[in-house]
Design a protein around this ligand. Sequence first.
Ligand SMILES: Cc1ncc(COP(=O)(O)O)c(C=O)c1O
Length: 394
Amino acid sequence: MNNLKTPVYVIDEKKLRENCEILKSVQDRSGARILLAQKAFSAYSTYPLIAEYLLGTTASGLYEAKLAYEEFHRKNEASNKPEVHVFEPAFHDEEMIELCEIADHIVFNSLNQLEHHRHTWEKAVSKGQLSVGLRVNPEFSTQDGHEIYDPCAPGSRLGIRLCDMPDRLPEGVEGIHFHTLCEQGFEPLKETFEFFEKKFERFLPDKNDHENKSALKWINLGGGHHITKPDYDREGLIKLIKYIKDTYAVEVYLEPGEAIALDAGYLITTVMDIVKTDRLPVLILDTSAACHMPDVLEMPYRPPLKDSGELNEKAYNYRLSSRTCLAGDVIGDYSFAKEIKIGDRLTFEDMAIYSMVKNNTFNGMPLPDIAIRRVDGKCEVVKTFGYNDFKMRL
Ligand SMILES: Cc1ncc(COP(=O)(O)O)c(C=O)c1O
């Protein structure tokens, strides 16, 4: 990694495989179908690797759906076509036409959207190519203080509330989707499902109807499950999925994003200058929170940095910042055992998720290259960027 030009995102294949193995074992033991939520991680050169473990992907719209359709091939399968699922609060008519050609599941966010596109999706459903679902809002918040990531927060536009649902599932609807979690353990999912089960009972198949003659064929529990964290209660999750499948005879889908590439990437940067201030000395890096790790500012959070400590934990304290014009483009305050020099390289950790998919060229900042560290330790640069990537968007 020491020879890579910075800034560079490095995807760690070993860790990615370890995460995928955990998810596959949950999939195999519970009977759930687990999808990669591409919004978190869409470095598609790794899709063939992920496809060795997972059945498909979910998309936030047409472009991610196309990317999965083109790149997420499942070797050694009778059909190597991935499962392509998509949810978006609203679709343009021409997007719906294209999506109906490639998607297996389309989830609508409102009855308006369902009916508006009915004449298009019904054709694909009648050919047996597509299944359609509705996203509901269980109105059960499990997150403290992160309203920006809480689809159950008051005033949320995401998912249909029970009070806006009809008496029975509209004609042609076979699935219910909810997504309410963000970076959470099993307990909040369990509580949410119990609440959903009571509240949306009239849409669920009769508990004694073991062959499920009702319209509902699948339930999608969304993303936000930190399944690959060491302390995640995976046995609890497996039990819950089995309960849902046994009780209602439906397929159960999970669509985690973060869990797939958690801790599976780095962002390597070079110290370009050190500026004295009336407070901490500031390291000017060739990366930027605003451009290359926007969640640091949006969430906000302090990214883990290799060989560093909290402020005052080690001998030398610095504020880590960037070469953009934005005064608040600050990554965080860190301490180091040795004095930092211009030209030193620093490695931010857990940088595979919500980084490459969100980056931008504000200030004309170069985009970091993308490399993969293979299991044998060798690094391969899979993508480089230059001036044209900035110019072509403007
Ligand atoms: C509908 C939906 N599914 C899945 C995900 C993936 O969530 P995460 O990456 O937190 O697992 C999200 C994230 O916002 C989402 O909105």
